[in-house]
Design a protein around this ligand. Structure first.
Ligand SMILES: Nc1ncnc2c1ncn2[C@@H]1O[C@H](COP(=O)(O)OP(=O)(O)O)[C@@H](O)[C@H]1O
Ligand SMILES: O=C(CO)[C@@H](O)[C@H](O)COP(=O)(O)O
Length: 536
C-alpha cells in the first residue's frame, strides 16, 4: 500500500534576541516540529552574551548581522538532517526582535537574487552589509537623536499621536539617525534598510521584503493611522530615507514566493508563499489568539505586556502598534528591559544558578513577602526610566540587602507589580473575566506564573509552546494562504488548540496586593524623584 501523503504545513520563524527558532504547524493547527539555534551556545565565534554585544559606553548594544544569517543556515541544515520534509511547506512567515535595523550595502540586492544553492547563504552575503553590527532593541545610546526628532514634530505627545510612541532610544528612526550622523559613509553606501523581521523575510524571498505596518510602528517613523511614512519624521532622521526603507505593507500581505535557493538546496516547493514578517510581540499576539479584554505577558529576554485595542490612544508611556492580524485595529505594548536576564542574575546570585532552587524560594515565601519590596534594574529600564537595585522593608526604609529567598520573591513580585501598575496607567483594568496569556522562556516556570496570577488577581493561561511568536507566524502564514478570499485571521485559527490554565490566584491574593500595589507605586515615584538615581 502507498504511504499516506505527509501532511501539509506552514513554517513560523522567530529571529529573537538570543536565538533563531522555528516551528512547523500542520493543517490541523498542531505544532509538529520545533527547533532553535542559540547564538551564544551554537555560534560562540561571534562572542555574544545573550545574543548581543554591549559596547564600552554601556549604552550601545549591537548584534552581528552575519550571526543571524549563519544561524538560519544552521537551523535549515539541522532540519534537513532530522529528515524534515520541506516539500510539504505551503507557506511561511516569521517574526524578529523589534526595532533592530539591518543596513544592506549597494549591490546586495543583486547578490540576494542570485544565491547559489551550492553554498551557504552566510558565505554569499559576507560583503553585503554596510554596517556589520546592527543596533538592537537593547540599545539606549540615541538620547540626542530622540530629542531632535521630538523637537522636529512639535514635541513628545505630537510624535506619539503621529507614530504611536514618543521618541524611544531603541526605536529604529533614532537608530538610523545616529548611524547617519556618526557614520555618514556607511549610510551613503546603504541601498536598503530593513528591520530584523523584514531582513529575515528578505533572506527567504531572495529580494528585499517590505516592512509591515505592525513592526513598522516601532520605528517612530510610521503614521499609525494613515499607514504611511511620516515625511516630517523621515526628514528629521536622515536624507533619502524613504527610498532606503521602501513602502510599508499590510502585515497580512503575501510578499512573494520562496527564493529558488531554498527550492534547490532543501526541496521547498517552488510555489511556497512568503507572508510579510512582523515583530516578535505582534506575532505572539497572533500566536496566543489574543482577544479583546485579554492581557498578554511575554517573559522572553525582554518582558512585555500587550493588549488588543480597537482605537489607538497614544500617550507618553507605552506604545501603540498597528495590529498584525486586523488592518482596522491596534495593539498597546509596554516593554521592560530587565526581564529574563535580570531573573538569571538573581538566580545565579541567590539560587545557586538553578531554576528549581529559584522556584523553591518562591514556594517557601509568603505572598506579599512580609512587606519587603524590591526594584531590580541592572540596565536602564524602559518602563519606568530607572536604573539600580532598590530594596525597601515593610516600614518603607531602604535596606542594602535581603535574605536570599526574600530577594527572589521581591524580584518577581516587583516585576509583576510594575507591569500591573503601568498597564493600569494606560487605562487597562483587571475585570472578573480577564485572562492573562503568558509566553516566553520564563513561562515554563509554574512558580513564576503563580506570582503573576496572584499579583494580577486573574487566571494565567499558556499555549502548548512558549514560542508563541513562531506559532503566531505559522498561523499568519495559513492566513496568507486564505488571504485572497478575505477570511479573517480569527476564522483561520478558530480550531487551534485552546490555551491551558496554568495558575489561578491564591485565596487572599487580592487583599495582599491591594495593599502592596499603591506602596510599590509610591516607592517607584520616590526613587524617580531622586535625580541621582537616574544617573547611577
Ligand atoms: N524554568 C525557567 N524559569 C525561568 N526562566 C526561564 C526558565 N527557562 C528559561 N527561562 C528564561 O527564558 C529566557 C529565554 O526566553 P525566550 O522567550 O526564548 O527568549 P527570546 O525569544 O528573547 O530569545 C532565558 O533567558 C531564560 O532566562
Ligand atoms: O523592544 C521590544 C519591544 O518593544 C522587545 O520586546 C524586543 O522585541 C525583543 O524581544 P524578545 O527577544 O525579548 O522577545
Amino acid at each position: 500500500m502507498a504511504e499516506p501523503a505527509a501532511p501539509r504545513c506552514c513554517l513560523g520563524w522567530d529571529f529573537s534576541t538570543q536565538q533563531v527558532k522555528v516551528v512547523a504547524v500542520d493543517a490541523d493547527l498542531n505544532v509538529s516540529y520545533e527547533d532553535s539555534v542559540h547564538f551564544d551556545r551554537d555560534l560562540p565565534e561571534f562572542g555574544t552574551q545573550g545574543g548581543v554585544h554591549v559596547h564600552q559606553d554601556g549604552l550601545t548594544v549591537t548584534s552581528p548581522v552575519l550571526m543571524w544569517v549563519q544561524a538560519l543556515d544552521i537551523i535549515l541544515e539541522k532540519m534537513k538532517a532530522s529528515g524534515f520534509d520541506f516539500s510539504r511547506v505551503l507557506a511561511l512567515s516569521g517574526a524578529g526582535q523589534q526595532h533592530g535595523s539591518v543596513y544592506w550595502r549597494a549591490g546586495a540586492g543583486r547578490v540576494l537574487m542570485s544565491l547559489s544553492p551550492d553554498l551557504w547563504v552566510h558565505e554569499q552575503l559576507q560583503a553585503c552589509f554596510s554596517v556589520s553590527d546592527c543596533p538592537v532593541w537593547m540599545d539606549c545610546s540615541t538620547a540626542a537623536q530622540c530629542r531632535q526628532l521630538e523637537a522636529a514634530v512639535g514635541g513628545a505627545q505630537a510624535l506619539s499621536c503621529l507614530t504611536g510612541s514618543r521618541a524611544y532610544e531603541r526605536f529604529t528612526g533614532n537608530q538610523i539617525a545616529k548611524i547617519y550622523q556618526q557614520n555618514p559613509e556607511a549610510y551613503s553606501h546603504t541601498e536598503r534598510i530593513s528591520l530584523v523581521s523584514s531582513f529575515a523575510a528578505s533572506l527567504f524571498l531572495g529580494s528585499y521584503c517590505p516592512v509591515d505596518y505592525s513592526d513598522g510602528s516601532g520605528m517612530n517613523l510610521l503614521q499609525i493611522q494613515d499607514k504611511v511614512w511620516s515625511q516630517a519624521c523621515l526628514d528629521a532622521c536622515a536624507p533619502h530615507l524613504e527610498e532606503k526603507l521602501g513602502s510599508p505593507v499590510p502585515s497580512c500581505s503575501v510578499v512573494g514566493a520562496i527564493s529558488s535557493y531554498y527550492v534547490r538546496r532543501y526541496g521547498f516547493p517552488p510555489g511556497c508563499k512568503v507572508m510579510a514578517f512582523t515583530g516578535d510581540n505582534p506575532a505572539s499576539l497572533a500566536g496566543m489568539r489574543l482577544e479583546e479584554g485579554d492581557i498578554a505577558v511575554s517573559l522572553g529576554t525582554s518582558d512585555t505586556l500587550f493588549l488588543w485595542l480597537r482605537e489607538p490612544t497614544p500617550a507618553l508611556e507605552g506604545h501603540i502598534f498597528c495590529s498584525p492580524v486586523d488592518p482596522q485595529h491596534y495593539m498597546a505594548l509596554l516593554c521592560f528591559k530587565n526581564g529574563s536576564l535580570m531573573r538569571e542574575k538573581i538566580r545565579d546570585e541567590s539560587a545557586s544558578c538553578s531554576w528549581s532552587e529559584f522556584s523553591k524560594a518562591l514556594r517557601s515565601t509568603q505572598m506579599g513577602n512580609g512587606g519587603n519590596l524590591g526594584f531590580y534594574f541592572d540596565v536602564k529600564e524602559i518602563t519606568p526610566e530607572m536604573i539600580g537595585r532598590h530594596r525597601f522593608n515593610a516600614e518603607n526604609r531602604e535596606v542594602s540587602a535581603f535574605p536570599r529567598d526574600v530577594e527572589i520573591r521581591a524580584l518577581i513580585e516587583g516585576q509583576f507589580m510594575a507591569k500591573r501598575i503601568h498597564a493600569e496607567g494606560l487605562g487597562y483594568q483587571v475585570m472578573p473575566k480577564t485572562k492573562i496569556l503568558a509566553t516566553g522562556g520564563a513561562s515554563h516556570n509554574r512558580d513564576i506564573l503563580q506570582v503573576l496570577a496572584d499579583v494580577f488577581g486573574a487566571p494565567v493561561y499558556v499555549i502548548d509552546t512558549a514560542n508563541s511568536a513562531c506559532v503566531g507566524s505559522a498561523y499568519r502564514a495559513f492566513h496568507g494562504l486564505a488571504a485572497e478570499t478575505g477570511v479573517p485571521f480569527s476564522e483561520v485559527v478558530k480550531l487551534a488548540p485552546s490555551p491551558r490554565l496554568a495558575a489561578t490566584p491564591s485565596p487572599g491574593a487580592s487583599q495582599v496586593y491591594a495593599a502592596l500595589l499603591p506602596r510599590y507605586a509610591q516607592l517607584e515615584q520616590r526613587i524617580l524623584s531622586q535625580p541621582r538615581r537616574l544617573l547611577e
